[in-house]
Ligand binder design. Structure first.
Ligand code: 5GP
Length: 114
């Protein structure tokens, strides 16, 4: 299987502005930010979409949300507020097929989810 862009970032084959990394997760600034703060949070385990998660991934996915919270505090948006989003497949707007969360904040986000 072709390596995803995010695996290339994990393996340092392409550059990214990394804001957090440990053995399970990497987080970096989105290359085309949709808000003043737009961070992509990626579990290093290769899971292509939300459809592929299993109960074995529960801890890892919960951990990703803790990382999102940690970054929200680091970026000082925890009180003003922020949004955490995951897109699944074509209609959901997924473009990179390696499961990830978006952390968005830094201004008032609109409520147009559709
Ligand atoms: P998706 O559309 O799959 O939910 O989100 C993928 C996100 O990854 C998009 O917001 C896109 O801007 C971002 N992205 C795509 N390629 C790169 C890249 O090479 N570097 C970084 N930092 N972000 C990327």
């Amino acid at each position: 299987m072709e390596k995803s862009i995010f695996v290339k970032i994990i393996q340092r084959e392409i550059p990214a502005t990394i804001v957090f990394e440990d053995e399970q997760v990497i987080a970096f600034e989105d290359i085309q930010p949709k808000a003043p703060i737009h961070i992509i949070i990626v579990p290093k385990k290769i899971i292509t979409t939300l459809n592929e998660i299993t109960p074995e991934d529960n801890e890892l996915l919960g951990y990703c949300l803790n990382v999102a919270k940690k970054i929200a505090f680091m970026k000082h948006i925890h009180e003003s507020g922020y949004r955490v989003v995951m897109n699944c497949n074509y209609d959901g707007g997924q473009t990179v097929y390696h499961l990830h969360f978006h952390l968005l904040g830094g201004h008032k986000l609109n409520h147009n989810f559709a």
